[in-house]
Design a protein around this ligand. Structure first.
Ligand SMILES: [Zn+2]
Length: 476
């Protein structure tokens, strides 16, 4: 039974889908005005694993993620560079995909953009004005009236009275309540704008996610996600807008999942603190799968401290899992009818069940990965037994263990880069050729050539190991 921690109820709840056999997800995307940083990457890697796991459990998954392509920061960046706002958003949407593709994040079913959703946004604001939840001002701004929505504060656990007391300075005297927020902003000179019943302008930030999720997932759907910094005000406001619009205080998203921050030496990452790491920069030093694995070694709700040392550790750990995969590949080429892997197959079944159990417990990838390490260890032992000649090979039962290992890797989202690299086994073929030449040299007692090949490969970061089934190679 899958249980998820719901920010709305502050409890772990059993997942009961709105539509049987389906799972619908809306995750807040990025504002494309710069290259995504490691903190941006966390929710998308997290939801990528959640999607994979829901699919493994048999759900048909619908996943929507937006791009806030009209925004103050984008407009500002465009002015500074003297280009169009769409040049900035277009450039960084491209950068978003480059970074996320490197982290094996699968694409959403749909990426709606604000600039392409304006009629729906205007329609929704119109409904909120009609129903008395929103009020237009003379200048063309439209505000949401938080006092009109009884449930305001239910997601973040804040009370409106406290928020009012907390708002020391009345920033905008035109608002009915200091927490009222803009649904529509009247156009300022030189900014992009669209025609609306309230004059030329553009949407406020929060309304887009309400309009997009209702448009593409319907009035009630399963999951809404994002970083924990979005709980207030963004998601609180989304609930207020959406439930008021559809007239259902139980409607809209059922489960609200929020991932923790990424900190750098225990400080929240920000540009002003100068501890801002883009994925692009990190990828110069580390493969994308290492970055992904690093993120998933911690439960998504826990804070995650980022450092080069921890990335190094993740690289080493992932290397161990990759090594086991090389052993699996090697053994899988062999034939053999015995029952020497019967115990291994049984153990693999247990560990896969434990892996699923960890994922069922609010997607505990940290615990799930530890089950994969346990299986890796079992497979390594069997590999040693077979290659040392101590055991006959058992192809049938070994395949069961290999399949369990692949299933785990498929959820964590690792071992995908060499396939994605598309070398069509070229490296494998070349290595076979080189190893063959070295074997011939050794047979002819041409030690100079044999040593030269071994040393040259070592320099290239490849070590050769002799085993009963011949010579195998691995990355050092
Ligand atoms: Zn959003």
């Amino acid at each position: 039974m899958l249980k998820v921690y719901n920010t709305l109820t502050r409890e772990k709840e059993e997942f009961v889908p709105v539509k049987q056999g389906e799972a619908s997800i809306y995750c807040c995307g990025v504002t494309p005005y710069n290259h995504p940083h490691i903190g941006n990457a966390r929710p998308f890697v997290t939801w990528d694993v959640i999607r994979r796991y829901l699919a493994r459990k048999g759900y048909k998954v619908h996943y929507i993620q937006n791009f806030t392509d009209v925004d103050d920061k984008i407009i500002h960046a465009a002015k500074q560079e003297g280009v169009q706002w769409s040049d900035i958003s277009g450039r960084y949407i491209k950068s978003y995909f480059e970074s996320m593709d490197a982290l094996n994040v699968r694409h959403a079913d749909l990426y709606p953009r604000v600039s392409e959703t304006i009629p729906d946004i205007i329609g929704m604001i119109g409904t909120l004005v009609e129903k008395g939840y929103a009020y237009p001002l003379e200048n063309g701004d439209v505000f949401y009236s938080v006092e009109k929505f009884a449930g305001y504060g239910k997601l973040s656990g804040r009370k409106l009275e406290d928020m009012q007391a907390g708002a020391r300075v009345e920033v905008d005297g035109r608002k009915h309540h200091p927490m009222d927020f803009a649904l529509w902003k009247s156009a300022k000179p030189g900014e992009p704008f669209w025609e609306s019943p309230w004059g030329q302008g553009r949407p406020g930030w929060h309304i887009e996610c309400s309009a997009m999720s209702l448009k593409y997932l319907g009035e009630t759907f399963d999951f809404h996600g994002g970083g924990s910094d979005l709980v207030f005000p963004h998601h609180e406001n989304e609930i207020a807008q959406s439930q008021a619009c559809i007239g259902d205080e139980k409607g809209f998203a059922h489960y609200w999942l929020h991932n923790g921050f990424i900190t750098i030496r225990n400080e929240k990452m920000s540009k002003s603190k100068n501890n801002f790491f883009t994925v692009k920069d990190i990828l110069r030093e580390f493969p994308g799968e290492v970055v992904r694995f690093f993120i998933l070694q911690t439960h998504y709700r826990s804070p995650l401290d980022f450092s080069e040392e921890r990335l190094q550790e993740a690289r080493t750990s992932l290397g161990r899992l990759e090594n086991t995969r090389a052993c699996i590949k090697e053994l899988s080429k062999l034939q053999g009818e015995s029952d020497t892997a019967k115990e291994l197959a049984a153990k693999a079944g247990e560990l896969l069940a434990a892996f699923d159990e960890a994922m069922d417990d609010d997607f505990n990838t940290a615990l799930a990965i530890s089950q994969m390490f346990a299986l890796s260890k079992e497979i390594n032992v069997y590999y040693q037994d077979v290659t040392s000649g101590g055991k006959a090979f058992d192809a049938k039962n070994f395949a069961v263990a290999a399949k369990a290992y692949e299933d785990m890797a498929g959820i964590i989202g690792i071992f995908e880069q060499e396939e994605a690299g598309g070398d069509d086994g070229l490296v494998e073929k070349l290595m076979e050729l080189i190893i063959g030449i070295r074997q011939d040299a050794r047979k002819e007692k041409n030690w100079a050539v044999a040593d030269r090949i071994r040393d040259g490969l070592k320099e290239a970061g490849i070590v050769l190991e002799d085993s009963k089934n011949g010579v195998r190679w691995k990355k050092a």
